[in-house]
Design a protein around this ligand. Structure first.
Ligand code: TRP
Ligand code: ZN
Length: 849
């Protein structure tokens, strides 16, 4: 956040902190602009560290009011980033340091450290926010027991651990500072309780603003199911008497796993049928689970240093994905997760911001809360589980949780539990953690004398700072299909370790059709010569649901690629797809996913990968034409499909009902292309839940209609920030490429465009950056608009500005003209005086490549 010359922090430089911190007492006298924080830190020399070192405490934007060592005042002054107490001033053994600082939460617009949101005090300390609260060794391997007290007139006063009195909290579990949290506000609770597997009762509360208590039932239900699931599947029990969640409107990310006091972006807590879509419900369930699961994978076992971030994030994402799969169905969940992985992580891995799952250097750690750390981190665990098997995975996880409980661990520790339980050497597998980039996997095959051979070749391309990479261990799940008679071989997992490797299947009567990379068994770009009619065949016959969907996807992408080069769409595509979509024997949620066309960004990435220069307008036009052709082909079936998918009875948010709404709305979108909005208008008027409301409104905006409905929507929901975010995003996301920038520009003047709120900023600026053809308008207006707003946001909230700057990460894909326009904007940002370290690092990395 400081604009001082940034320098790189290196994994290789890790050294243990020279002092152990046993206990921390904190007292907060809360005031909007003059909060006083008193800290008493009980230190002792760390026998595992080099002796004779100074005590360095981190501290930023703190006004030091007093400082005492073992009760005697010390006359030291802090510098811009902390305070050093020279070794010569320190007593020989244990000692106590007392500080008092003044801070101003009201004017803290970074939403990092202690800040205010709608009159409520709250904190965000991960990764390095605690140093804006008090002088402290703000690093995850320094763990201490905390006692917290606070003074304020506000009625609800929360911190970590168990309550010991009004505004007083004791956390018995040693924790790093990034897990500290404090909340004080005029809040109401939605309460429940949970009895753990050993019979202890835990009080559960979700705190929200008065008036929102009726929107917490789904989050609470998700929490209770998460607690149960972690006991049943991982044997992990909750370890405090109370578990609190607080919803905040102004928040930089999704949510935060502070010990016993999770803090959430309000959009990931509040839900009613009227205000939340099915996607919102699914996100809420997943993120509530994610933060809860961190209690073990993150809090009981934390990270030694921030290079190990994937240790907690990859594992916790993997666990929340398993949970959501158990709750909602694994096939659909896997397809959803792969869509996200490709859209965000593959995109990152193939551009200038590519970095390993465990990076080796950073300037600003907040820039590394990325899809690579999270999503690829989870994929790596999925591969590990596939390679060692379910039983060994369970044993390894038990060992991990017992061996490292209470520790700050590393990726080496994590891999060692797998080596110790299975006897496997994971040296080569570790490349998944240390080498960036998405492997390309090329497949060819042959059939001779009853032997079918699959030949694989993996390519590991250079990424920034990593010109050379070794071959990865790839678990390749394969099934062979033989004609329409459904006598297919079961799935086998081939283990590829070489650059080139072949696998034989003997004694076959006919040449099979291979189904490769079932379940997306490794995060690679698969390149195989298969096309129509194999796509058609696999789409109809593959018994692996992921690959069945993938065949339709590959078919569509192949067609789109041809169309952008001027070819006509093959009628075979719509026919093949319609057969699956109309198959009443298949899960509606799955059919809805099959109907989703590849995104423009996905196509741009695919074309770039194939050595072409993507043209955003052509991609957009091809996708529109493809949708129109599908609508025309399916026209006679669409009204019936829409009607069939109507759910009987009142709204329920479960996966089954949501799947029917997803298919119904996807069918309605096609119908709208042929009936000019008649059905969608009816649907809008009669919708009784937000999914159908947004579904119908999207259909209308998509064909350039729906002005009246959009106005009604804005009037109805002007008082609900989470709903209005959807409105801003829809208006921009569904504008035509030629209009997107103008629409976004116009909406920045809307009275509800409260740009300082990260959700609203993302809804407007983030949506434009994600409108592929709009953002990439040939005149550069989209680039200039986003750059302008990033600079504005950077002055207040560098984390959010830096995060949204990834809109530019794909610049190397495009034409020389567009590249020049983007680089000019990036250079303009870079040259701006007072630029944050956050945005500065991002822009620097994008320009350097
Ligand atoms: N640890 C959080 C999670 O993944 C992420 C997070 C929340 C975060 N808020 C943050 C990371 C602020 C950096 C900065 O669950
Ligand atoms: Zn997390």
């Amino acid at each position: 956040m400081s604009s001082a010359a940034p320098h790189a922090i290196l994994l290789a430089d890790y050294k243990p902190f020279p002092y152990l911190l046993g206990h921390v007492d904190l007292h907060f006298a809360l005031h909007p602009t003059q909060t006083r924080v008193k800290a008493r830190l009980a230190f002792a020399p760390n026998p595992a560290a080099e002796p004779g070192q100074d005590l360095r405490l981190d501290g930023e934007q703190l006004v030091l009011k007093s400082l005492a060592l073992n009760g005697s005042p010390l006359g030291l002054q802090p510098d811009a980033t902390g305070l050093t107490i020279p070794f010569a001033d320190l007593p020989k053994g244990a000692f106590t340091l007392e500080t008092e600082v003044e801070i101003s939460p009201q004017t803290n617009t970074s939403l990092d450290g202690l800040y205010m949101s709608n009159g409520m005090y709250c904190t965000q300390c991960e990764a390095q926010g605690f140093r804006k609260i008090t002088f402290y060794p703000d690093r995850p391997d320094v763990m201490a027991r905390f006692d917290v007290t606070m003074e304020t007139d506000l009625p609800v006063q929360l911190s970590n651990g168990n309550p010991t009195g009004p505004g007083a909290w004791h956390d018995p579990w040693p924790k790093p500072a990034y897990l500290f949290a404090l909340v004080a506000g005029d809040l109401v609770a939605h309460s429940d309780s949970f009895t753990t597997m050993s019979g202890r009762s835990v009080a559960l509360n979700i705190y929200v603003r008065p008036g929102d208590a009726h929107k917490c039932a789904y989050a609470m239900d998700s929490l209770i199911r998460s607690m149960k699931w972690d006991e049943q599947v991982y044997g992990r029990e909750y370890d405090l008497d109370i578990f609190n969640i607080v919803a905040v409107d102004d928040f930089n990310m999704g949510a935060m796993e502070n010990k016993g006091l999770n803090i959430f972006n309000s959009k990931l807590v509040l839900a009613t049928a009227e205000t939340a879509t099915d996607d919102d419900y699914a996100r809420i369930e997943a993120v509530i689970a994610h933060e809860y699961f961190h209690n073990w994978s993150g809090n009981r076992i934390t990270c030694r240093d921030w290079f190990q971030l994937c240790l907690k994030e990859g594992l916790t994402v993997y666990r929340d994905q398993q949970f959501s799969g158990d709750m909602r169905g694994h096939a659909v969940k896997r397809i959803d997760d792969v869509l996200t992985l490709r859209a965000r992580q593959f995109r990152e891995d193939q551009g200038p911001l590519a970095h390993p799952v465990r990076p080796e250097s950073y300037m600003e750690i907040n820039n590394f809360y990325t899809a690579t750390i999270y999503e690829k981190g989870a994929e790596v665990i999925g591969m590990l589980k596939l390679l060692v098997g379910d039983d060994a995975y369970a044993k390894a996880l038990d060992l991990y949780f017992t061996r490292h409980d209470g520790q700050a661990a590393t990726i080496e520790d994590w891999l060692r539990v797998f080596e110790d339980t299975t006897g496997r050497d994971l040296t080569q597998f570790k490349r998944w953690y240390t080498e960036a980039g998405t492997p390309r996997l090329k497949v060819t095959d042959d059939f001779k004398d009853g032997t079918y051979t699959l030949h694989f070749e993996q390519e590991n391309r250079a990424t920034p700072g990593q010109p050379w990479k070794g071959p990865k261990v790839l678990p390749i799940a394969v099934g062979l299909l033989f004609g329409d008679d459904e006598t297919h071989s079961p799935t086998t997992v081939l283990e590829m370790t070489e650059t080139r490797q072949s696998f034989q299947f003997k004694g076959l009567a006919h040449r099979p059709c291979p189904s490769i990379l079932r379940g997306f068994s490794a995060p690679v770009v698969l390149d195989h010569p298969q096309q129509y009619p194999q796509h058609d065949f696999l789409l109809a016959h593959d018994t692996d649901p992921f690959n069945k969907w993938e065949a339709g996807r590959a078919f569509a992408k192949d067609q789109l690629a041809r169309m952008t080069a001027g070819a006509e769409l093959s009628p075979a595509w719509a026919k093949a797809l319609a057969r699956v979509v109309l198959d009443a024997g298949l899960d509606p949620a799955f059919r809805a996913l099959c109907l989703r066309l590849p995104s423009d960004d996905d196509m741009a990435q695919t074309l770039h990968d194939a050595g072409q220069t993507p043209d955003p307008d052509r991609i957009y036009a091809a996708r529109r034409a493809m949708g129109d052709a599908l609508a025309a082909h399916m026209e006679p079936h669409l009204p019936g499909l829409v009607a069939d998918m109507a759910n009987p009875g009142p709204f329920t948010p479960d996966a089954k009902a949501a799947g029917r709404r997803a298919l119904g709305n996807a069918a309605l979108a096609l119908l709208t292309r042929v009936d000019h909005g008649a059905a969608a208008q009816m649907a809008y008027a009669t919708a009784d839940n937000m999914t159908d409301t947004v579904g119908a409104l999207s259909c209308l905006l998509d064909i350039g209609a729906g002005e009246a409905e959009a106005a009604l929507f804005a009037e109805r929901w002007s008082g609900d920030a989470n709903v209005m975010d959807k409105w801003f995003a829809l208006r921009i996301g569904l504008a035509t490429p030629g209009k997107a920038v103008a629409v976004a520009q116009e909406l920045t003047a809307h009275p509800l465009f409260n740009w300082k709120n990260p959700n609203r900023f993302r809804a407007l600026i983030g949506t434009l950056a994600g409108h592929h053809a709009g953002f990439h308008a040939a005149n550069g207006a989209g680039y200039a608009f986003v750059a302008e707003w990033l600079l504005r946001m950077d002055q207040l909230n560098p984390q959010t500005a830096a995060r949204l700057s990834t809109g530019f990460e794909t610049w190397p894909r495009y034409s020389a003209g567009r590249q020049a326009l983007i680089r000019a904007e990036l250079r303009r940002i870079q040259a701006t005086p007072g630029l944050s370290r956050n945005l500065g690092e991002m822009v620097g990395r994008m320009l350097d490549s």
